[in-house]
Ligand binder design. Structure first.
Ligand code: GLC
Ligand code: MN
Length: 433
């Protein structure tokens, strides 16, 4: 025990009426909904980078947070782990996620980075053993260090491609050693700033080859987890190649990897791509590549990736509705890829941000489960398409243009528009909230 969290004890479920801010109102981990506990539905995870590695900077100013573990030494990296695991325990989250650069000091070369990572992985392994914490996913930070400024896999310099591949291997090894359930690839710098200096075709092939190597290594090592790509349209690059779920699917198809790789979908990234979160989730479900979610909230006005903690229950209900329609998580989970506002300096802020996020997710999931169990939404949807249930309609899909023309003439087809009933459905959704 450290004194950083000032003796805040484990957060307990006290129900919607409680006035205790250090308690859950909706997240009752053991409550069973649709045959599963909320804990097993939601599979909450904390992101190491936002809560423990980020100093609170923005483009106009640097560090605002003062944390006893800040600094680039192994001793401080271990101290950081002590605080992180203490927070996981206070919150009762079962999982966490990290990049290599979040957890170990930056060394002077590849070998030193790898040694540092391995030492921390051993330290994590011991803590995970002691606490029962699990790793939702591991990943490599191939975007912060200046060596990656022109991309990792898509860099014009083959040495950076090589360094990136080698780093991914060490991060996959770390993930495997810690029993991680997924491995994530987010290509923050896999894109371009200007087409004037960019060979897009070449860069795309390099990205495809890197992904093939990752999948190949997964099979060689017998890693049972899922390989996940996390789409995002831009920021930090002007244009990122993994723009959105549909774009990633096209890329996977091109390299024959659509059955090997799934997606980790982030709320804020969906918004930046001009979509809703539920659009991205539904697209992944329909294409059979739904994997996991990064839960957060984007500011709708700023146009930046603001990574705020989620608090909009109606939005989350629609998102979890799509997650449940996809059959729920298998290896995936709900990772809080969310950070405090830079003025939220206190340790309590860190705890309460997660408590609020977990509660909002639980409330959203319960509303979504009610939508599924009641069935009225799905009934309305299937009624809307019921015309397609007949043999006559199905024949249209195997006919040709001449055949369909004949069909229209023979049956005197004269379509009659019907209401889409959108407002009624929106009212219905609100009735579950
Ligand atoms: C970066 C991205 C975040 C992503 C993570 C893991 O921190 O900002 O969205 O989930 O990397 O790849
Ligand atoms: Mn993310």
């Amino acid at each position: 025990m450290t004194d950083f969290f000032k003796g805040i004890s484990k957060i307990a479920y006290e129900g919607p009426e409680t006035t205790n801010e250090f308690a859950f109102r909706h997240y009752n981990a053991d409550e069973v909904v649709m045959g599963k506990t909320l804990k097993d539905h939601l599979r909450f995870s904390c992101a190491y980078w936002h809560s423990f590695a980020w100093p609170g900077g923005d483009p106009f100013g640097g560090q605002t947070f003062e944390r006893p573990w800040f600094g680039e030494t192994m001793a401080l990296a271990k101290l950081k782990a002590d605080f992180a695991f203490e927070m996981f325990d206070i919150l009762g989250v079962p999982y966490f996620c990290f990049h290599d650069a979040d957890v170990r000091p930056e060394g002077t070369n590849f070998a030193e980075n790898t040694r540092n990572l391995e030492e921390i992985v051993d330290y994590f392994a011991q803590k995970m053993d002691d606490t029962g914490m699990k790793l939702l996913w591991g990943t490599a930070n191939l975007f912060s260090n200046r060596r990656f400024m022109a991309g990792a896999a898509t860099n014009p310099d083959p040495d950076v491609f090589a360094y990136s591949a080698a780093t991914i291997k060490t991060c996959m090894d770390a993930t495997i050693k810690l029993g991680g359930e997924n491995y994530v690839l987010w290509g923050g710098r896999e894109g371009y700033e200007t087409l004037l200096n960019t060979d897009m075709g070449r860069e795309r092939k390099q990205a495809g080859r890197m992904l093939e190597m990752v999948v190949d290594y997964k099979h060689k090592t017998g890693f049972k987890g899922a390989i996940l790509i996390e789409p995002k349209p831009q920021e930090p690059t002007k244009h990122q190649y993994d723009y959105d779920v549909a774009t990633v699917y096209g890329f996977l198809k091109d390299f024959g990897l659509e059955n090997e790789v799934q997606v980790n979908i982030e709320q804020g990234h969906a918004i930046l791509a001009g979509h809703t979160f539920e659009h991205e989730l539904a697209t992944a479900r329909e294409l059979g590549i739904f994997g996991s979610i990064d839960m957060n909230r984007n500011d709708y006005q700023s146009g930046w990736d603001t990574d705020q903690f989620p608090n909009n229950v109606p939005e989350m209900a629609l998102a979890f509705y799509e997650v449940l329609r996809a059959g729920g998580f298998t290896t995936g989970g709900t990772n809080f890829d969310a950070k405090l506002r830079r003025q939220s300096l206190d340790p309590e802020d860190l705890i309460l941000a997660h408590v609020g996020g977990m509660d909002a997710c639980a409330a959203g999931l319960k509303a979504a489960a009610a939508m599924i169990e009641d069935g009225a939404l799905e009934e309305a949807r299937s009624a809307r398409y019921s015309g397609w249930d007949t043999k006559r309609a199905q024949n249209l899909l195997v006919s040709d243009l001449e055949g369909v023309e004949q069909f229209v003439r023979d049956n005197d087809i004269n379509p009659q528009p019907r209401s889409g009933r959108q407002e009624r459905l929106e009212n219905l959704v609100n009735s579950y909230l």
